[in-house]
Design a protein around this ligand. Structure first.
Ligand SMILES: *Cc1c(COP(=O)(O)O)cnc(C)c1O
Ligand SMILES: [Zn+2]
Length: 427
């Protein structure tokens, strides 16, 4: 296999992605995979990608590996662990457009992935790369979906998965799913950010390949979400791409994917990106707001100030120190992107709208629609503009949220759907 190269986004130093795996530059900067895209013919690739859509059980039937030329051409096909990930539905929703107040809203349902979240798009790439460079033990820390995804792929590849799960604020459904796939689940007293610090310090000595999103291969796989979305739209994307931001890996990946599509000539116009954070875990929104203010820029290189006690009902967004913030910041610049925050009540109300439109999602995913509604109301997004919201995770990922909303009257009235007593005729 040709070695994949990654480059520090801060100081440009290059590293080969070989065992022992490197996740960060010596300067502390994040790494990203760089490759020479010259010589790729967008029109030819569009035809090839269109043909591959008809395949069923091959590598190219995967909605990630359909785009292998743009993701990891170096990986030998037989090293790739795939489960037909991607291939998710794109749905227009009149209910959602009415709710948000703009012309047209689409949902890209990444919830339809094999483990029920978009994490599968990145995980197939990370795990396959780890295997290709000789690892058999994989690890992550996670608020839930990264765990389920790694557990699924490791099990399918007959490898070991070691999962660090914070003892608080995770959805039981996701932990159970992870156990079901046979992973070793280790719980600890702390949050996601503490888990990341632990793996930074100890993964190498334990021979673990880390599948958190600081791993640049995860980002390469996740780019496929925007590739597939662009192909779904016949390579003309809507005005806005709206997505929730937690660790900000998805923002980083979609931004990188958009840049590559644009640079190669697949798309002629870059959509704008809106990253929506939960109010209780919004350090990136605060940074972006400070950057708008010229005074803040004068203080040299921007630095994210972590939120020490993140707190949101949308557990997948409960992250105080998002590892990929510097990549996400670049995406804002490159796409004239924006950020917004939404309350937990707004998230759960938007979720009820998405659920009742027959599509469904977990709370974190609904932050996108909640944010879109606020941005339209504020006039930041025009009513005539169109938007695609990325639905990141499945409705059944957090059944407690459904219970709290519809049966326990915890989150407001507007779309509540209780259970009625039926008077059946008694014999
Ligand atoms: C991981 C996740 C997010 C957050 O994505 P980041 O890449 O961490 O910003 C949002 N929603 C769901 C369902 C997730 O699993
Ligand atoms: Zn560096």
């Amino acid at each position: 296999m040709n070695t994949i190269q990654a480059q520090c986004i801060r100081c440009d130093k290059c590293y080969p992605l070989e065992a022992p795996m490197t996740y960060r530059c010596a300067c502390g900067g994040l790494l990203e995979v760089t490759r020479d895209l010259r010589g790729l013919d967008a029109e030819l690739l569009k035809r090839i990608f269109a043909h591959r859509r008809a395949e069923r059980h091959t590598l190219h039937a995967s909605g990630v590996w359909r785009y292998k030329e743009l993701i990891a051409p170096e990986l030998p096909d037989d090293a790739i662990v795939h489960r037909a990930e991607g291939n998710t539905g794109l749905y227009a929703s009149a209910q959602a457009a009415r709710y948000a107040g703009n012309r047209q809203v689409w949902f890209k349902a990444q919830s339809e992935n094999p483990s029920g979240s978009f994490k599968d798009n990145g995980m197939t790439a990370a795990l396959s790369h780890g295997r290709a460079i000789g690892y058999r033990r994989f690890a992550c820390t996670s608020t839930g979906n990264t765990s389920s995804s790694l557990a699924l792929y490791a099990a399918y590849a007959d490898c070991e998965a070691v999962i660090l799960v914070p003892s608080r604020d995770v959805s039981p459904n996701k932990v159970l799913q992870t156990l079901g796939y046979g992973a070793q689940v280790r719980t600890f007293d702390g949050n996601y950010d503490d888990g990341i610090r632990y793996l930074d310090a100890h993964a190498e000595e334990q021979g673990l390949y880390v599948c958190n999103s600081i791993n640049p291969m995860r980002i390469e796989g996740q780019k496929s979400i925007i590739f597939e979305l662009a192909q779904d739209f016949d390579w003309q994307l809507p005005d806005w791409i709206v997505l929730p931001g937690g660790a900000l890996s998805n923002a980083a990946a979609l931004g990188k994917g958009l840049q590559e599509l644009y640079a190669l000539g697949f798309i002629k116009r870059l959509p704008r990106v809106a990253i929506i954070q939960a109010e209780g875990a919004s350090p990136f929104h605060r940074l972006a707001a400070a950057m708008k203010d010229n005074a803040a820029r004068k203080h040299g290189r921007p630095e994210l100030v972590p939120e020490p006690k993140p707190s949101t009902r949308a557990s997948a967004l409960n992250i105080g120190n998002p590892p990929s913030w510097s990549k996400a910041l670049r995406v804002l610049t490159e796409t004239r992107g924006i950020t917004e925050t939404v309350s937990d009540a707004a998230i759960l109300e938007a979720k009820a709208v998405i659920d009742a439109s027959g599509i469904g999602c977990e709370p974190a995913s609904a932050a996108g629609l909640a944010g879109l509604r606020q941005l339209v109301e504020a006039g930041v997004i025009d009513r005539e503009e169109t938007a695609a919201c990325i639905l990141t995770g499945h409705m059944l990922k957090d059944t407690d949220a459904l219970q709290e909303y519809h049966l326990a009257e915890k989150w407001g009235e507007l779309h509540r759907n209780g259970i009625q007593q039926a008077d059946l005729p008694m014999e």
